[in-house]
Design a protein. Structure first.
Length: 276
């Protein structure tokens, strides 16, 4: 049985969807009423995109309601795990936010927690009964669209391990390593480097897990062009795009993302829906 808390996000093909009603009280609290017209002895998988504390709250309430209905086996599919980027302490006074969210989820005692392309190995290490859904098929579909002659671009050291696994899955597509510098106090980016002297006009696909404001990819695109890159493409598993698309549309032939965080309608953005 499937409980899709976001009715626009349905990653698991199934006719066995549980009906429910949800709303926000005038005080700001989420609420849910789940229909009881299903067999509580069956496994229930909850899917939800968590973009706020209220989204998290709705998930928590749904699990509690199912428990009170005597559902024994409950799973959750959380494609974009919240606060995954805050997975280390950089300066005093900051929280280890990803652990806060993981502790809350672990307290639900779910039988399985499925996450899509987590930011680092910290998230799955913190979660109990976790199953990681990798970005391999997503990038495969992107490559099928743009052509297998494109080079895979790793934007920084953090993405390097994952991108080589993607390359292996795709049969050994060439990887170009890059790096950048970030001021941990201000977040300002600088010093973009491409470790290839001449890209000889080759098309390049930058692959990463998250695009927020896009500063990393805009800066890297300039560095790639200085090394004679051809057409530039961007593929990010979780598209937040907090600063819109104007700058990226001027640089990239196309931006590829999934519907893990939101839905987008933009001429040069292609959303590849997650299918579990």
């Amino acid at each position: 049985m499937i409980l899709n808390l976001d009715k626009n996000f349905q990653p698991i093909a199934s006719e066995n969807q549980i009906e429910f009603q949800s709303f926000i009280f005038s005080g700001g609290e989420p609420h849910i009423k789940i229909s009881n017209n299903f067999d509580v002895n069956l496994t229930v998988t909850i899917t939800h995109r968590i973009n706020s504390f209220n989204d998290l709250g709705l998930l928590l309430l749904a699990v509690d309601a199912l428990r009170r209905m005597n559902v024994k086996t409950i799973q959750a599919f959380i494609p974009y795990f919240p606060a995954a980027r805050q997975d280390r302490l950089m300066i005093p006074g900051e929280p280890l936010s990803v652990k806060v969210y993981a502790d809350i989820i672990n307290n639900l005692n779910l039988d399985k927690v499925i996450v899509f392309d987590p930011h680092s190995e910290v998230t799955p290490a913190l979660l109990n009964n976790v199953e990681v859904m990798y970005n391999y098929d997503f990038i495969k579909k992107v490559i099928e669209n743009i052509g297998s002659s494109a080079k895979l671009i790793s934007p920084d050291g953090g993405a390097l391990k994952k991108i080589y696994k993607v390359s292996e899955y795709l049969g050994g597509i060439e990887v170009v390593e890059c790096s950048k510098s970030r001021d941990v106090k201000t977040g300002k980016l600088s010093g973009f480097k491409v470790y290839n002297d001449d890209l000889q006009g080759a098309d390049c696909l930058i692959v990463d897990d998250i695009c927020d404001g896009g500063g990393t990819f805009i800066g890297l695109a300039e560095a790639l062009k200085s090394k004679n890159a051809g057409k530039l493409y961007l593929a990010v598993s979780h598209g937040i795009f907090s600063k819109g698309f104007a700058e990226m549309n001027a640089i990239f032939e196309k931006v590829y993302t999934t519907n893990s965080f939101n839905d987008f309608e933009e001429e040069k953005v292609e959303v590849i829906k997650i299918e579990y």
